[in-house]
Design a protein around this ligand. Structure first.
Ligand code: AR6
Length: 178
């Protein structure tokens, strides 16, 4: 599924984010930037040790929830990995939606600042962090659509959803929002 916004585009794709060839690939990281399972495990496995070596050196304090930091992409096809820290779901009354939106927005800003023309996102927070996928999809897509309507730079934003359930949730949310 694909929606055009001015000179930019938003795409939904089902697959593995480590196969992407976008300029930037977003990692679903934790605030210690310590690595882990899910997307984080896959990115460090396939990208190799250079990514963690760089984040350890540049961001010894880690990255707060609701924000993101950038590194090189090691052996991945991307130029950059943007490590985003989404919130852990704890019922919805702990500013989870605002923190999730802030994490997406920071990734988009970093991508534009680094002259990226394309960026691939996973579904942040909806795995180990247990954010309900249908709600996360609405926050993610609204944030990206708002950003693409505001920004001057043409950007291709690709959501790479691992399974059919996640793809379906994002497709339904995009039909509602676009
Ligand atoms: N490509 C695309 N999507 C994937 C892939 C992949 N290779 N692998 C999993 N997903 P998660 P979170 C989907 O847990 O919830 C880590 O341990 C997955 O099905 O990766 O933000 C970190 O170190 C789910 O829909 O990220 C953190 O501690 C989505 O990606 C913590 O997990 C996100 O799942 C972050 O948790």
């Amino acid at each position: 599924m694909r929606v055009e916004i001015g000179r930019s585009a938003l795409e939904l794709h089902q697959g593995d984010i480590t196969d992407e060839t976008t300029d930037a690939t977003v990692n679903a990281a934790n605030s210690r930037l310590a690595g882990g399972g899910g997307v984080d495990g896959a990115i460090h496995r396939r990208g190799g040790p250079a990514i963690m070596a760089e984040t350890d050196a540049r961001y010894p304090e880690g990255c707060p929830t609701g924000s993101a930091v950038v590194s090189g992409a090691g052996d991945l096809a991307a130029r950059y990995v943007i490590h985003a820290v989404g919130p852990v779901w704890s019922g919805g009354n702990r500013s989870e939606a605002d923190l999730l939106a802030a994490a997406y927005r920071r990734c988009l800003e970093l991508a534009v600042d680094h002259d990226c023309r394309s960026i691939a996102f996973p579904s942040l927070s909806t795995g180990a962090y247990c954010y309900p996928t249908d709600q996360a999809a609405r926050v993610a897509l609204r944030t990206v659509l708002d950003f693409l309507r505001e920004t001057e730079e043409p950007l291709r934003v690709r959501f790479v959803l691992f399974d059919q359930g996640a793809y379906g949730a994002y497709a339904a949310a995009l039909e509602e929002l676009a």
